[in-house]
Ligand binder design. Structure first.
Ligand SMILES: [Mn+2]
Length: 340
C-alpha cells in the first residue's frame, strides 16, 4: 500500500509544528473537496479556499503574499505547473513553507528545503486520487482516520480511481458511491466555487455517508442539474461534430451551468473508444475537457501540447482539462495531432 517515506514524514511533522497563519487551497472537484474535508477534520486552524485549477494569476499571488502566511497547503492542485509564481511567493515570504499533495502528471519536482511536494507519480505510474493520499498520510501521522474512510472513498470515486484503489474501496465496502459523487458535482455545476465550499462544510458536519446523502440542499440542487443535463444530452445528439479520421467527437455546451468536465466524463463512458472534446465559452476564455476512456490516447499530454501559447491545461492520461483564448486554434491543433 502506498505511503510516504520516513524522511517525508519527518519533514511533514516539522511543517505541521509551525504556528501562525495557515492557508489551504484545494481543487474544487469531488476529490479535492474530500481531501480538504479530511485535512480540516484534524487541522482545523487552516483558512480553506477552493480553486478552479492550478492556474494562478498575479492577483492571487499578491493576495497570498498580502496575507503573509506561515504555511500553505495545496491539495489536488498541480501547482508545479506554476513554479514561477511559487518562486515569487517564496521570494516574497522568506519564512513560508509549502506542502503540495497531488496526483496529476508532474511537470516539475518542487521539493526543496521549504517545499514538500508529494506525488506518487515521482516513483511510478499509478493513479491514486488525492483523497486516497491524504487519508494514507493522516494514517501515517498516527491520526484516527477510521470514521473518515467514506470521505476518502467518495473522493476516489469522484476521480475514477477504482483500479489502483481497488483494495481500499473493497475494504470500505460502500456500494452507492456514485450517488454521493452526483451530489457533489451538481453543487459544483450549479454554484461553482461557492458550491464546493458548501459541500465541504456539509462534509465536515456529517457523521457518515448516509447522513451526507440525505442533505436536503444538495438533493434539490441535484434535481435541477439533472434536468439541465438531460437537455444537454439531447442537444449533443443533434449538434455534436464528428471527425472520423481523428476519432474525435466535439461538442460545445450552451447551458449556463458549470459542468464541462461532468459532461465530458458522461460521453466518454458512452463512447469509450472516442476522444471527446467538450468546450464552453466563458468570461476568461474557452473552458475545455478532453477524455479518452479507453486510454489509447494520452489526453493529458495531448492537451498540454495543444494549449501551448494560447492558454493552459493538462491532467491525467484518460482525462484532461484546460482553458484557451483561441478555440479554433486549439481545435486545429488537436485534429492535427490526432490525425498524425
Ligand atoms: Mn484529483
Amino acid at each position: 500500500m502506498w505511503k510516504i517515506s520516513a524522511k517525508e514524514l519527518e519533514k511533514l511533522r516539522d511543517f505541521l509544528d509551525i504556528r501562525g497563519k495557515k492557508m489551504l487551497f484545494y481543487h474544487r472537484d469531488c476529490d479535492g473537496i474530500c481531501s480538504a474535508a479530511m485535512w480540516l477534520r484534524f487541522f482545523s486552524d487552516f483558512e480553506a479556499r477552493p480553486r478552479e485549477g492550478p492556474r494562478m494569476d498575479s492577483g492571487f499571488v499578491r493576495h497570498v503574499i498580502d496575507q503573509d502566511p506561515d504555511l500553505l497547503v495545496f491539495l489536488d492542485l498541480p501547482i508545479d505547473q506554476e513554479w514561477k509564481r511559487i518562486r515569487k511567493m517564496l521570494d516574497s515570504l522568506p519564512d513560508v513553507r509549502i506542502l503540495i499533495i497531488d496526483h496529476h502528471i508532474v511537470e516539475r519536482d518542487l521539493n526543496s528545503g521549504r517545499i514538500l511536494h508529494i506525488n506518487p507519480k515521482f516513483k511510478n505510474d499509478v493513479y491514486l486520487p488525492a483523497a486516497f493520499l491524504v487519508y494514507r498520510i493522516l494514517e501515517q501521522l498516527g491520526e484516527d482516520v477510521g470514521n473518515m474512510d467514506w470521505i476518502s472513498a467518495l473522493g476516489i470515486a469522484g476521480d475514477y480511481g477504482f483500479e489502483d484503489c481497488r483494495d481500499f474501496l473493497d475494504k470500505v465496502g460502500i456500494k452507492n458511491l456514485d450517488m454521493g459523487v452526483g451530489l457533489v458535482s451538481a453543487a459544483m455545476s450549479l454554484k461553482g466555487l461557492k458550491g464546493a465550499d458548501k459541500v465541504l462544510k456539509i462534509m465536515l458536519a456529517s457523521d457518515g455517508y448516509k447522513e451526507f446523502l440525505r442533505t436536503k440542499t444538495l438533493g434539490l440542487w441535484k434535481k435541477y442539474v439533472d434536468k439541465e443535463f438531460r437537455d444537454v444530452v439531447s442537444d449533443f445528439k443533434k449538434e455534436r461534430e464528428e471527425h472520423k479520421d481523428a476519432n474525435l467527437v466535439i461538442y460545445i455546451i450552451k447551458s449556463r451551468l458549470n459542468f464541462v468536465s461532468v459532461v465530458a466524463t458522461h460521453f466518454s463512458e458512452k463512447l469509450p473508444d472516442k476522444v471527446i472534446l467538450i468546450g464552453k465559452k466563458g468570461k476568461y476564455g474557452w473552458k475545455l475537457s478532453v477524455r479518452n476512456q479507453s486510454g489509447k490516447v494520452n489526453v493529458g499530454d495531448l492537451v498540454k501540447k495543444c494549449v501551448k501559447g494560447i492558454g493552459s491545461g493538462g491532467g491525467h492520461k484518460k482525462a484532461a482539462g484546460g482553458i484557451v483564448k483561441d478555440w479554433e486554434k486549439f481545435k486545429r491543433r488537436l485534429l492535427a495531432e490526432l490525425e498524425a
